[in-house]
Design a protein around this ligand. Structure first.
Ligand SMILES: Cc1ncc(COP(=O)(O)O)c(C=O)c1O
Length: 405
């Protein structure tokens, strides 16, 4: 008997029948990065500090490589001590506040930080407040978690205090205070605004009347050119426990490293550790980042920021030249993206397929907005990775495809 006949049923086994209920749709096969890619928080290739990272890797491996034999390098599950000390110094110097290493947890990118904080605080049906336009990766997470998402209005300085007060009161009066306000106050994603110090004080004061935490995402704060770096909400918070703060080396060094961090009261981090059951984030990248950053971080971030600033200018010029009056935008204060607003009757998602056919990818505004209809006439364009030439040509081609009056 042929072996496949003998095996019979085993050959017709379908694993798909065993998948659990409620999975998101499967991803299509990866088709590569298109020629004009304006999506994703990618970085400038020429400014990945390859020489510095490889020197750091060699040095740290020779000195301490054998520690890789033990989970967490034989140290605290909060992460590599040198890296946590670096984060303390970085925040301490800037914030003029003492941060202790037991207030820092290293995560596998700040996305893991988002997951951990959500796991700590959220149950289905909970209220949360996020900026009306916000990081798509957070919106998709909140949707999966089945929480009720309230979008707080934004102006050129970030979260609008009056609307925040209204939403907080609405939730509190309904007996379900919002679990947190998730905010990206410095280089807001996607608008690129930076919340001034006075607005930060105002937001904290309003929050003081409610049993609602602040989740501050500060991953772009090292790439600021439009204004001096303001103090973080975490630093300004007098309660010292309301704010959970996260940062990342994705934007300042390289996203594929997957090194981010959470900063919070040590008791909060000890509770979060009960949820971080991954046996530790990758130790080699933590060692290399700590070794590199100790002597090069500030110079590198300054250089990268000037390159990104130039790219932002190139993109802004191209948008003005090719889209003219059909679009409005604010110059970003830093970071890697621009937020374009078209006339009310434009739906940017409609152009996505046609643009993809010409090798152009962008984020339609709906995916970056609490209310997809409100976001429909908007678009996020990232300029971190494409070269100046690609930015110019890609924007030109996109304007031809959209062909707006
Ligand atoms: C606001 C914000 N938070 C978090 C992330 C996740 O970054 P990572 O996991 O690479 O640190 C991103 C990435 O684009 C982001 O824009």
């Amino acid at each position: 008997m042929p072996i496949h006949k003998f095996l019979g049923d085993a050959l017709t086994f379908e694993i798909g029948k065993l998948y659990r209920e409620g999975l998101p749709p499967a991803e299509g096969p990866w088709s590569g990065i298109p020629e004009f890619s304006f999506v994703g928080g990618n970085n400038d290739e020429a400014n990945v500090p390859v020489a510095g990272l490889s020197e750091a890797a060699t040095r740290v491996l020779q000195r301490a490589g054998r520690k890789l034999a033990v989970y967490n390098l034989g140290g605290s599950p909060l992460g590599h001590e040198d890296l946590r000390n670096f984060v303390c110094n970085k925040l301490g110097i800037r914030a003029e506040t003492n941060v202790e290493p037991d207030q820092v947890l290293v995560t596998s990118g700040s996305l893991q930080a988002l997951d951990l904080v959500n796991d700590l605080l959220l149950s289905p049906g909970d209220n949360v407040i996020v900026e009306e336009a916000t990081y798509g990766g957070m919106l998709s997470r909140l949707k999966r978690l089945g929480v009720v998402v309230h979008g707080v209005r934004l102006d050129e300085h970030g979260v609008c205090p009056d609307h925040l007060r209204e939403l907080l009161e609405q939730c509190t009066n309904a007996g379900a205070p919002a679990k947190y306000l998730y905010t990206i106050p410095t280089v807001q994603n996607p608008t690129g605004s930076c919340m001034p110090r006075e607005r930060r004080h105002e937001i904290l004061e309003i929050m003081g009347d409610h049993e609602t935490a602040i989740f501050e995402d500060d991953c772009y704060a090292d790439l600021l050119w439009g204004c001096p770096r303001p103090p973080t909400l975490w630093e300004l918070d007098e309660s010292e426990t309301r704010v959970i703060y996260c940062g990342s080396f994705s934007k300042s060094i390289a996203p594929a490293l997957r090194v981010g961090y959470l900063v919070a009261d040590s008791s909060v981090l000890q509770q979060i550790l009960s949820l971080k059951i991954d046996a530790g984030s990758g130790a080699l990248e933590q060692m290399v980042v700590a070794e590199y950053a100790a002597s090069h971080f500030d110079d590198h971030a300054e250089q990268l920021t000037s390159v990104l600033h130039r790219k932002a200018q190139v993109m802004a010029e191209a948008v003005r030249q090719y889209f003219g009056d059909s679009v409005e935008f604010e110059m970003p204060q830093g970071g890697i993206f621009m937020w374009l607003v078209f006339a009310d009757d434009v739906d940017t998602a409609v152009f996505a397929n046609k643009a993809a056919g010409s090798g152009i990818e962008f984020n339609a505004g709906a995916g970056w907005s609490v209310d997809p209809q409100w976001g429909a006439n908007k678009m996020r364009l990232c300029f971190g990775n494409p070269t100046e030439e690609v930015i110019e040509e890609g924007v030109r081609r996109l304007s031809e495809i959209m062909d707006l009056p």
